[in-house]
Design a protein around this ligand. Sequence first.
Ligand code: PAF
Length: 282
Amino acid sequence: MQTVNRIDPLRDAVGALRREGPLALVPTMGALHEGHLTLVREARRRAAHVAVSIFVNPRQFGAGEDLAAYPRRLAEDSALLAAEGVALLWAPTAEVMYPAGYATNIAVTGVSDGLCGAARPGHFDGVATVVCKLFNQVRPDLALFGEKDWQQLAVIRRMARDLDLVRPHVDRIIGVPTVREADGLAMSSRNAYLTPAERAAAAALPRAMQAAIARIAAGTPVDAALAELVAALHAGGFAAVDYAALCDAGTLAPLAERGTGPARLLVAARIGRARLIDNMAA
Ligand code: PAF
């Protein structure tokens, strides 16, 4: 595996890889877990070569968020990726990504307004901006993202469609189902913030979500099922629930009742130092 952290060698490396066949990109912020490795394995199935980026993007963290504390483990991550057969690790510094004088921002309206967009103002501008840059830097044929960040995936697809991105074309932005621990908790780099007691309590999140989905399917009004979900999280040790919403799976518009189209239950809740997000088909 080749590791590069400057633009010129990156262009040479991706040029050589793309001559051998389709190149897939898996963008990450590092602190890799089984969820990321699942993305890499899926990428390897779909492309001749896989590039992974590791960049803890300051522009997607708000004031007072966990930018400084975000786990950074480049050496361990690099060993994991090499063992998975990744061809290229793109690990730019903040100065390479945002050199002095950097002044451009990508804002995707609509799909990024509610949910995490409302709870974390500016977050999705930071995500759209860095992902657009990563796409332009690596020029992959396809890119893979975890469905755990369902709203992020919707924002990235909207951005790719609106900006007529060629590489990767919007149809080649692949969402990969969430990987879960044995007790149902979605894998996340932020699970590392949890104490053992908080980690055990955090399994209340997927449990409460499944219960809410079952209640809605059985005819409980959506607002009542969501209120029960929030109460279950508080009872289970969560300090705050940023949102719990049933939404149209594509537009993320909130649904007051379960219609016939694809719907998604999305939740963000805080326990200990961690803000956990999850989503499920509903
Ligand atoms: O999902 C993430 O890890 C990040 O938001 C991403 C897509 C790598 C952009 O920084």
